[in-house]
Design a protein around this ligand. Structure first.
Ligand code: ZN
Length: 137
């Protein structure tokens, strides 16, 4: 498992981490297999969606805010239940197929860290399972 960190810059934001995950796969000499990208946090998430047009993720974040407003009469004393709920709705991890060392992402797809209670420093764990270029046969 490899881990990298991202410092998020806003209370709610989407950070494109595709390049960071690709760097891990290069480092691991990944060839064919599956890559799991996972956040060990309860108020953040990882998702795969459109990275070409930044306004898509802005729309996603704004829509999540409408679905789960920050002020909602929640019981959780820390006051960030909306962030926990958004994390559950969007998911703490994503998997990508790796073929010949490259992630199989669609033309418009990127991997995003979703921050729902920032700014904070977030960890992203990456685990590659499969054939490596430097493995013995
Ligand atoms: Zn909390």
């Amino acid at each position: 498992m490899e881990t990298f960190q991202i410092k998020t810059a806003a209370h709610s934001c989407a950070v494109d981490i595709t390049d960071r995950v690709e760097a891990v796969l290069r480092e691991k000499s990944a060839l064919n297999g599956v890559c799991l990208i996972y956040v060990p946090h309860t108020t953040a998430a990882v998702t795969i969606n459109e990275g070409a047009d930044r306004s898509v993720m802005e729309d996603v974040l704004e829509s999540l805010e409408k679905l789960v407003p920050w002020q909602g009469g929640y019981k959780h004393a820390e006051g960030n239940s909306a962030a926990h709920i958004k994390s559950i709705l969007t998911g703490g991890g994503a998997q990508v197929i790796v073929d010949a060392g490259r992630m199989v992402l669609g033309t418009w797809q990127s991997i995003f860290l979703l921050e729902f209670d920032g700014p904070r420093t977030r960890k992203i764990h990456v685990q590659f399972t499969g054939e490596r270029a430097d493995s013995e046969r």
